[in-house]
Design a protein around this ligand. Sequence first.
Ligand code: 5GP
Ligand code: MG
Length: 178
Amino acid sequence: MEVVKLHKKEFVPFLSSELIQNAIEAIADQINKDFAGKEVIILGVLDGAFMMVSDLMKRLKVNAELTFVKLKSYHGDRSSGSVNEVLPLTEVIRKKHVIVVEDIIDTGLTLAFLRERIMQFNPSSLSIATLLLKPEVFQDKYPVEYIGIEIANKFVVGYGMDYDGLGRQLPDIYVAKE
Ligand code: 5GP
Ligand code: MG
């Protein structure tokens, strides 16, 4: 893996696609156990989670429906907690076992907003799966059930995650060069 340049900013290799795939396999195994004999609905959070959703779903043995929500923070930069549903939640999640699939959870503010909105649809259960989580900054009062890899509080791109729109196509994850 080499240095990647996006909008004049340099990123260096951080997590290989092999490591990513292993982490997703572990999450899928756990979901297959926890929901054995049940049906779930995967709720992917666009845009960043599109790759994670695809790779996770291929490994699910439980029957799974799929839906998406697209969220946008009102402020361009770091997490603000004031979030907008650009592609809103729909009735399909009502009374289902909902598994939210995220690429990365940072402060958890986006998740806290989403959790509240999902609960308005009275799901049978709600659990969260994320490829990455930053424990140093995560501050939600609820735990995250399925965590792929815990990382330090650094800005990463690749595997669905962008830097100002670019970098989502990378199969590996890169970190901003210091
Ligand atoms: P949170 O609300 O948990 O602080 O973060 C919400 C969103 O911020 C994530 O879903 C993601 O879109 C973005 N984000 C947080 N950390 C990173 C990061 O390291 N890299 C990228 N590309 N996006 C991030
Ligand atoms: Mg996201």
